[in-house]
Write a protein that binds this ligand. Structure first.
Ligand SMILES: [Fe+2]
Length: 157
């Protein structure tokens, strides 16, 4: 019995650490993306999501405070790959400007899809463990990611 609880908790902590790493990588990467975008609408949308992302980092820190773990120690490799693809687009000098923005908006949607699935997984774990206040904090972040995805989809049309 105890072992089941332990492994459930391990999975949950790993999901949270992955998310924490992913959000931190985005806080670092998004200012470069804002700079590289060529339309004011897209710049504003990503700037807005950068501020939301900082709040998402704080929510995760709040969750970790209620658990006996530090948030560090895991690097989210999925986000590392997605961010390095964005870096490639930014560094590609041959891209026409509008194509660069299009490619970054598409990369942004990949990132949001990735985060949405990660939050859904963590919310499911939190609920299964009876950690309802964690689940509602994660739910707030999930709602922001879903709204960010819809905004990026609009901008891509
Ligand atoms: Fe996020």
């Amino acid at each position: 019995m105890a072992m089941v609880i332990d492994s459930e908790e391990k999975v949950y902590i790993h999901e949270l650490k992955d998310l924490y790493s992913a959000e931190q990588q985005l806080v670092e990467a998004l200012p470069k993306v804002v700079k590289a975008l060529t339309t004011e609408d897209a710049k504003q949308a990503v700037k807005h999501h950068l501020e939301e992302t900082k709040g998402q980092v704080k929510r995760l820190e709040q969750i970790f405070k209620g658990l006996d773990y530090a948030p560090s120690g895991v690097k989210c490799k999925g986000m590392e790959g997605l961010v390095s693809e964005a870096d490639e687009v930014i560094g590609e000098k041959e891209f026409p400007k509008d194509k660069r923005t299009e490619a970054l908006l598409s990369g942004g949607q990949k990132i949001e899809h990735y985060e949405i699935i990660a939050y859904k997984g963590a919310i499911k774990s939190a609920q299964e463990m009876g950690r309802h206040s964690d689940a509602s904090l994660l739910q707030e972040s999930l709602a922001e990611e879903e709204a960010a995805l819809r905004k990026l989809e609009q901008l891509s049309h």
